[in-house]
Design a protein around this ligand. Sequence first.
Ligand code: DPN
Ligand code: ZN
Length: 310
Amino acid sequence: MRILIALAAALMVTGATTAQAAAPAALAAPNINVANVQAHLNQFQSIANANGGNRAHGRPGYLASINWVKSKLDAAGFTTRVQSFTYNGATGYNLIADYPGGDLNNVVMLGGHLDSVTAGPGINDNGTGSASILEVALQMKATNFQPTKHVRFGWWGAEELGLRGSTFYVNSLSTTERSRIKSYLNFDMTGSPNPGYFVYSASGQPSGSLALQQSLQAGFQSKGVATELTSVGGRSDHAAFARSGIPVGGTFTGAEGIKTSAQAQKWGGTAGQAYDRCYHRSCDTTSNVNATALDRNADVIAYSLWATAA
Ligand code: DPN
Ligand code: ZN
C-alpha cells in the first residue's frame, strides 16, 4: 500500500514535470541597460546643441534626429522607412521601423514623438520615450527575440503641433492595414525629474486596451513599483490610433501637473512641485531626467512588448 502511494505520487510528479517541459517556455524580457538609453539621450542633446538648441518640427535638429535613429535601426537589421508630410508650410517626418518576422496580420506597434518644442532640446519630452523604444528595439535584435506577432515601431513628427505625424500615419493606412494593427503602445515623457508612475487608463479607450493597461501594470508590479492610472486623453500620439479603434496603452511620468503629498510618500520626490518643472522649456536638457524613472519605464516597455508580441 505504501509502495503504491509512493508510486502514484512519483507518477504525478513525473506527469507534472513532463507537462511543464512540453509547454514552450516564454522568454523573459531583457533588463534594459539604462546607460544605453542615457547614451541615446546624450545624442539627442548633441543634435539640439548643433542645431540651434531644439529638435522641433521644420527645424534642422528634427531631421537630424530622424536620420540618427534610422541609422541605428538600419545597422540592427530593421526595415526602415521615412514618411514625409507637410504641416504649417514645413516638411515633417515619421520614421517607421519593422522588425523582420512575425505574423503580418497581427501587428504590435510601439511609438513616441521625436519632435521637441522650439523652446528647448526636448530631452524628457520626448527624448526619453524615443530613446527607450529605440533601445528596446535594439535589444530585440541583440537577444534574437522571435515573437509570434509582427513588431513595428514609429517615431512621430509634429506631435507638439497637434499629433500631426501620428495622425498622418494612421490616415495613410488602408482599412485593411489599419485592422492588422492589434495594439499600439505610446511612450511620451518617461523620465520626469520629479516622477510619477502613471499607466494610461483603458477606460474610454477601444476595447482591447485593458489588456495593454494590465500588462504595463504587471511590468511595474514585477519591479515592486506602485502605479496610478491616468487619462491622457488626446494629449499624445496614441489618440490617433484610438480614434480608429486600435487598442492603446502607455506609460507617463508626468508633465506640468503637481505631485501630491500622497504621491511623494509613495514614490519619493517633492510634493507641491511639478513632475517636470522644465516641461516645454529650454531647461529640458539631459539634466532634466530622473535615471530611476527612465530605467524602470524602459524595463516595463520591454516587459510589455515581450508579453504582448510573444
Ligand atoms: N504630449 C506631451 C507633450 O508633448 O507636450 C505631454 C503629455 C504627454 C501629456 C503624455 C500627457 C501625457
Ligand atoms: Zn511629449
